[in-house]
Every structure is written in structure tokens, then in C-alpha cells.
Design a protein around this ligand. Structure first.
Ligand SMILES: [Zn+2]
Ligand SMILES: [Zn+2]
Length: 262
């Protein structure tokens, strides 16, 4: 089993030492993990989501030495944003990374984690705008391997029906998924949504559509910020992917997809 979305003390919003996250992965029987530390250059609130690569590399080396039986890849979760994409490109291109998740964390200028966004815009406006900027980013930005947690807005949606479903936004979701496929980018299935909504991100109907359109590069990650979450719901998600028709889950080395049979 693998987990391709784990944060550690290198990320501004996580306090758990990398060694502890690796220990949790080993304890849960995971064979391969990827640390995906946050870099967001367009957040107007919250901590400084930057990464000190010297500290990251040193922690990774120490952790790899301590867990020789665990494959540990080096990744980044990059906040997608056209306005800061040149600066992000310069940061990322200077590093030797295995994997980059491109994540849309900002809608109408703010992280939907904050209530403000929901106070000033309707749910439909937020969902539409989220998909519009996700598509715009997917078209304009190349420095990512998979698009992270499509449907991120659902996690913080204050309404009873939180989910972003394919049928409700079919046109723009088709454009987004086709863009990813045409550019050779993959789709991440993020199990973190299950804590706050009834579904992974993306919701299953979107994953099915990606498969129908011929998408093959698909990864799974818990988005763990705590030890107890490492590997959460990965086994169930792999089963769901198998039922949809996928035959492989994807791992990455130096941005090259590696297809592991399901
Ligand atoms: Zn994220
Ligand atoms: Zn994350």
C-alpha cells in the first residue's frame, strides 16, 4: 500500500516530525510514501507556506536512513496560482523532486478554509469559480504531476449538500479532466475529504469520468497532517478505483509515473 500525500514539520501547518510520520507509515504496513510539503505563494492569511529545501533534504536523508524498508519519495504540494506561477516555477525547477501535486487552495482571493469566502459568495458561485480557476491553472501551469484534491471547497462548505459532483458541472469538469489528460498530468484521489464530507476528493462520479475519458495516471493520498491519519482509507479507495476499472495506481520517481498493479 502507498500514500502519496503526507505532510510533516517541513510544512507550515504541520508540527509532526518527519520521523514520526514515517514511523506511522511503517506501523501501518505501507511500502511507499511521498512527503508533499506545502508551498503556497498566494495566501493572504495564515502562516508562511514556504519550504526551506536544505532543512527538507536533511530531514529526508535522516528519515530514509532510519527506515530502509520504506520507499520515501520527495514531493511538494504546490498552490496553483497564475499570478505567482513564475516565482513558483523558479523555486520548483531548482529542486530535484519526485512528485508535485498542484492544488487549487484559493478561490476569490482566499482559502475557502476561512468563513469569509462563504459569507460573501453563494455556494454555486464558489463552486463555479473554483472550477474556473482550476481549469485556468491547469492550462497555464506545467510544474505539477497531478492535480490535487479536486473538490477542495466541499471540505469547508457550510451547506448540507457539500459535494462537487460531475453532473452539476459537467462542461467545465470535462474541460479540466481533458486538459489534465492532454498534458500528461494525473488526478489525485485525496481521502481527507472523508472526515468532513461523505466522499473522497474528487467525488466518485468525477473519478469515473476521468476513467471514461481515458485518464490513466491516478494517485492516492491521505493528506495526513497527523500520524493517525497516515494511510487513512487508502485500502478502500484502491478497491473503489479497481471497481471503476482502473488496473494501476501510480507512484512517481523524478516525475516519471510508475504504474503499480491494483
Ligand atoms: Zn491541499
Ligand atoms: Zn496537503
Amino acid at each position: 500500500m502507498i500514500d502519496y500525500h503526507i505532510h510533516t514539520h517541513i510544512s507550515a501547518d504541520c508540527d509532526i516530525p518527519m520521523m514520526k510520520m514515517a514511523q506511522a507509515a511503517q506501523d501501518k504496513g505501507l511500502k511507499e510514501i511521498c512527503f508533499t510539503e506545502h508551498i503556497d505563494l498566494n495566501m493572504i492569511e495564515g502562516p508562511d507556506f514556504s519550504v526551506d529545501f536544505d532543512v527538507y533534504t536533511a530531514a529526508l536523508e535522516e528519515t530514509r536512513n532510519a527506515f530502509p524498508g520504506l520507499v520515501i519519495r520527495m514531493g511538494i504540494e504546490s498552490g496553483l496560482d497564475i499570478g505567482t506561477s513564475d516565482k513558483m516555477r523558479a523555486i520548483l525547477n531548482g529542486q530535484t523532486l519526485d512528485y508535485i501535486i498542484g492544488s487549487q487552495h484559493v478561490v476569490f482571493g482566499q482559502d475557502p478554509f476561512y468563513e469569509e469566502v462563504w459569507k460573501h459568495h453563494s455556494k454555486d458561485d464558489i463552486f463555479n469559480e473554483y472550477l474556473r480557476v482550476s481549469l485556468e491553472s491547469a492550462l497555464a501551469i506545467d510544474e505539477f504531476d497531478v492535480m490535487g484534491h479536486i473538490g477542495y471547497i466541499s471540505k469547508f462548505c457550510p451547506y448540507e449538500d457539500k459535494l462537487l459532483r460531475y453532473a452539476d458541472y459537467a462542461d467545465v469538469i470535462d474541460k479540466l479532466l481533458k486538459t489534465l489528460i492532454d498534458k500528461g498530468k494525473g488526478l489525485e484521489v485525496n481521502t481527507n475529504g472523508l472526515y468532513m464530507t461523505p466522499s473522497t476528493m474528487p467525488e466518485t462520479s468525477i473519478i469515473k469520468r476521468y476513467f471514461e475519458l481515458g485518464g490513466e495516471i491516478i494517485t492516492v493520498g491521505s493528506d495526513a497532517h497527523y500520524e493517525c491519519v497516515v494511510g487513512h482509507a487508502v485500502a478502500d479507495t484502491l478497491e473503489t478505483l479497481k471497481n471503476i476499472g482502473f488496473r494501476y495506481i501510480t507512484a512517481f520517481r523524478r516525475h516519471q509515473p510508475q504504474f503499480l498493479p491494483l
